[in-house]
Ligand binder design. Structure first.
Ligand code: ADP
Ligand code: 5GP
Length: 211
């Protein structure tokens, strides 16, 4: 099996359950690690600097971007978000599958720069459920919820860019599906060139030894 981890990009409408899915996936399986993004939005109640996000100023953000320290970045509802590069690559080298929970513009940049990444879009079982989840989370004002729903209409246009579509109806089912599809991705022949060479060599040597 390929030893290097895979980049897993997860996008989906705000409130669809991305964070919940990722937390559960990491509770159940050890081979995943989460990229912690930088953002210029203020922390929500209970969010921890360095765990949920690195909360930074617009000036710090633009310095990181200029210095090429972000793998990708985007504006979202008036704020900036980006993925610090070094941490992701260090963990990939350690063999972790790195989860980037990012929005559509960022996902497009990742796909362009790192075509080997796996792109997954998470949809809700229905629009009404999405609004319920956003409101149920209780972290945004009603105006913010309305803005996020409008943004969802735009984001829906980009679903086709992704390789996989998951529907987050029942949480455990969705998490299992995601884990299974990552296991399949690891087994793609184009990710296992070294192993294929080893198999060929092993066979050749064995057959030669038999003669
Ligand atoms: P996102 O990270 O996509 O913005 P969250 O993970 O914060 O979304 O989830 C939004 C809300 O929906 C949370 O209150 C969460 O508990 C709830 N939720 C997530 N997945 C499910 C699910 N499968 N069934 C019911 N509620 C869910
Ligand atoms: P939230 O404010 O709800 O935490 O995140 C808003 C949106 O920004 C979500 O769609 C989330 O996936 C996305 N996001 C979070 N971090 C990043 C990032 O580093 N890059 C990009 N492009 N989007 C991000």
């Amino acid at each position: 099996m390929n030893k290097r981890g895979l980049i897993l990009v997860i996008s989906g409408f705000s409130g669809v359950g991305k964070g919940t899915i990722v937390r559960r996936l990491m509770e159940k399986y050890e081979n995943y690690a989460l990229s912690v993004s930088v953002t210029t939005r203020p922390p929500r109640e209970g969010e921890v600097h360095g765990k949920d996000y690195f909360f930074i100023s617009e000036e710090e953000f633009s310095a990181m971007e200029k210095e090429g320290r972000l793998m990708e970045w985007a504006g979202y509802v008036g704020r900036h978000y980006g993925t610090p590069r070094d941490y992701v690559f260090r963990r990939l080298d350690e063999g972790k599958d790195m989860i980037l929970e990012i929005e559509v513009q960022g996902a497009l940049q990742v796909k362009e720069k790192y075509p080997e990444a796996v792109l997954v879009f998470v949809a809700p079982p229905g629009a009404a459920v999405l609004k319920e989840r956003l409101l149920g989370r209780g972290t945004e004002s009603i105006e913010q919820v309305e803005k996020r729903l409008l943004r969802a209409v735009e984001e829906a246009e980009a679903m086709e860019v992704y390789e996989y579509l998951l529907v987050n109806d029942e949480l455990e089912t969705c998490v299992e599906e995601l884990h299974r599809l990552m296991q399949c991705e690891h087994r793609r022949t184009n990710r296992n060139r070294e192993l294929m060479e080893d198999i060929k060599l092993d066979l050749k040597r064995f057959v030669e030894g038999e003669q």
